[in-house]
Design a protein around this ligand. Structure first.
Ligand code: ZN
Length: 151
């Protein structure tokens, strides 16, 4: 078990574009496993590899329906609009309202290298968009209104 330190917003690494994963090696499996452990330990619902200092396109999400581990995730369709409060493990104690697509279809590779597709709505749709933003160096505060400190 390995829990990584989560980088915080002032780290320039969080502003870079992560690279596609071209080969799924044992190291990628280890990365995904450790990312999941780090996310659970931090009590988050999602984590992207750049948040632990790895500039690769990998995300983990668990909104309460089980663990999703995705390599090279891409949003292939997005519908509707929904505004809700959001937070980020890299910006502790801060929350803000972000308008995002209400429903998304996301495609990527699972840890076995098989192409998988997820249809997400509500919190899951939001988590996909938030985590995929991280892979492009975008933080939720870039999109948020009414940013405030949590008490
Ligand atoms: Zn985040």
């Amino acid at each position: 078990m390995a829990v990584y330190r989560i980088l915080t917003y002032e780290d320039p690494l969080l502003r870079q574009r992560a690279k596609e994963i071209t080969k799924i090696t044992p190291n990628i499996h280890k990365l995904l496993k450790n990312m999941a452990e780090t996310m659970y330990e931090a009590k988050g619902v999602g984590l992207a590899a750049p948040q632990i200092g790895v500039l690769k396109r990998a995300i983990v999400i668990d909104v309460g329906d089980g663990l999703i581990q995705l390599i090279n995730p891409v949003i292939v369709s997005a519908e509707g609009e929904e505004t809700d409060f959001e937070g980020c493990l890299s910006i502790p104690g801060v929350t803000g309202e972000v308008t995002r697509a209400a429903r998304v279809v996301v495609r990527g590779l699972n840890p076995s290298g098989k192409e998988v597709e997820y249809h997400g709505e509500g919190l899951l749709a939001r988590a996909f968009q938030h985590e995929i933003d991280h892979l492009d160096g975008i933080l939720f505060i870039d999109r948020a209104k009414n940013i405030r400190r949590k008490k």
